[in-house]
Design a protein around this ligand. Structure first.
Ligand code: ADP
Ligand code: MG
Length: 208
């Protein structure tokens, strides 16, 4: 995967966020303040504009631009969390990224989210989608899976992690203010993170 391939991933994520803006808003209306769809769409629209204005020349520069743009454009918890993830990804990305390298990059992103937000697995946050996705990617790489299979496994694991947030009571972020009433709804951030992994499988999953 080169800079253009990884840029296509980010653009596909922006497209999926725009397409699912209302769904993300509805989920955040149920257990938060209803701005997650608008937050992510504003941020990713700004990201695509920034990439168009000045195309990055390395994966690291790409991820840095994504992270800086999200931090500056997205208020709320998700901007700094996704922003930190992408800045950590920038720091860990090599000039070209193979499937194992992509797993390393995503792991760095997860570590950034956890460092910033202190959420653990089961707290009903984006970590509940991202952590299983990174684990599935590592396992697929270790088993010698193709890039396509590995990214599909990661997207599936993210989706399962997202589903698993439905019965959980939130212990981090705005949804935690609801206590028991946060149960029964999927976490909005776990849902947008699942879109990020689906975007990877779509945009980067055509190589064997
Ligand atoms: P806000 O909660 O400030 O309105 P958003 O609605 O954009 O921000 O994002 C909410 C999402 O952020 C939640 O669904 C959750 O996945 C994620 N989130 C909130 N706090 C944390 C945290 N401490 N660690 C990880 N993710 C978090
Ligand atoms: Mg919100």
């Amino acid at each position: 995967m080169d800079t253009d391939d990884l840029g296509a991933w980010i653009r596909e994520f922006a497209r999926l966020v725009a397409q699912n803006k209302e769904k993300l808003t509805d989920l955040d209306s149920a257990i938060g303040d209803g701005d997650h769809g608008a937050n992510m769409d504003r941020g990713m629209t700004a990201v695509v504009a920034a990439l168009d204005a000045e195309p990055p020349d390395s994966p690291s520069a790409l991820f840095k631009k994504v992270g800086m743009t999200l931090i500056s454009k997205v208020g709320g918890a998700s901007g700094p969390l996704y922003g930190t993830a992408f800045l950590r990804m920038a720091a860990s990305a090599d000039t070209t990224v193979d499937t194992a390298g992509f797993a390393k990059v995503l792991r760095a992103g997860l570590d950034g989210v956890v460092a910033r937000g202190k959420a653990e697995l089961g707290d009903k946050t984006m970590v509940d989608a991202l952590a299983p996705a990174v684990d599935a990617l590592d396992a697929a790489v270790a088993a010698g899976a193709s890039q396509k299979e590995a990214l599909r496994a990661a997207a599936d694991a993210a989706g399962q992690g997202r589903e698993a947030t439905i019965p959980l009571v939130a212990r981090k972020g705005r949804a935690s203010y609801l206590g028991e009433r946060s149960a029964g709804h999927a976490d909005p951030g776990a849902t947008s993170t699942t879109l990020l992994l689906i975007a990877a499988a779509t945009a980067l999953g055509d190589e064997d």
